[in-house]
Design a protein around this ligand. Structure first.
Ligand SMILES: O=C(O)COP(=O)(O)O
Ligand SMILES: [Mg+2]
Length: 221
């Protein structure tokens, strides 16, 4: 039985231009309306994630910065080690002309870069460095390998008193693989990366927010 819905932001409830889809707003309101908490699980910074949660009216807390920061019913926690990411960034900067995305000073646990440099070149340059690199299709994230969206969703679920196997998870990118893997029902929207689709229980026909609405109608309401 589904006791919570964990949902990614960019490319899932937003379209490819990061505009929030009205269909996902309606779907999230429906889920919350029948008493099932929605948990936002994103690579965005904490204050943006907090605002997204408030504007959407979600009640399940959140996972931000790809698992580096969480807010559950027990408060906010920084779980990722930014020093590791800073070291990786210094190494990268000595090799490539990389740029940080806006509001980088507000990231507590990871470093996010613009996608000017292809992510496969970034990943190759950091092959032997203790850092996890995700290309969310909106930014390239240098994160602490000890945390990810899945490990941090488990902490939020534990704090809520539910099992991750009782969660419906919906995502689009490679940084969603870890939280879909721990969820009971794994959904990839139609525009998702092939690797995410390959581990999903269900791939929606529709893209972005319309895919979220489709998944909610199929598995929840
Ligand atoms: O912050 C990003 O790069 C993308 O965010 P997402 O994890 O919600 O897709
Ligand atoms: Mg995404």
């Amino acid at each position: 039985m589904i006791k919570a819905v964990a949902i990614d932001v960019d490319g899932t409830i937003t379209d490819k231009r990061r505009r929030l889809c009205t269909s996902s707003i309606t779907a999230i309101h429906k889920v919350e309306g029948i008493g099932i908490p929605v948990i936002i699980v994103t690579g965005n910074i904490m204050c943006s994630t907090n605002m997204i949660s408030i504007l959407l009216g979600t009640s399940g807390g959140f996972v931000a910065e790809n698992g580096g920061v969480i807010e559950s019913c027990r408060g906010k926690k920084i779980l990722g080690n930014i020093e590791k990411c800073q070291k990786a960034y210094e190494i990268l900067k000595s090799k490539l002309d990389v740029k940080k995305v806006d509001y980088s000073d507000q990231r507590f646990s990871e470093i996010a870069l613009t996608r000017d440099i292809p992510s496969d070149i970034v990943k190759k340059s950091l092959k032997n460095v203790d850092v996890e690199v995700y290309d969310s299709k909106f930014a390239i994230h240098l994160t602490d390998p000890a945390v990810n969206k899945g490990s941090s969703l488990k902490i939020v679920a534990d704090d809520m008193g539910i099992k991750t196997s009782e969660i419906l998870a919906i995502g689009d990118g490679e940084n969603d693989i870890d939280f879909l893997k721990v969820a009971g029902v794994k959904v990839a929207v139609a525009n998702a990366d092939e690797e995410l689709k390959s581990i999903a229980d269900y791939v929606t026909e529709k893209s972005y927010g319309n895919g979220v609405e489709e998944a909610i109608e199929r598995f929840i309401v």
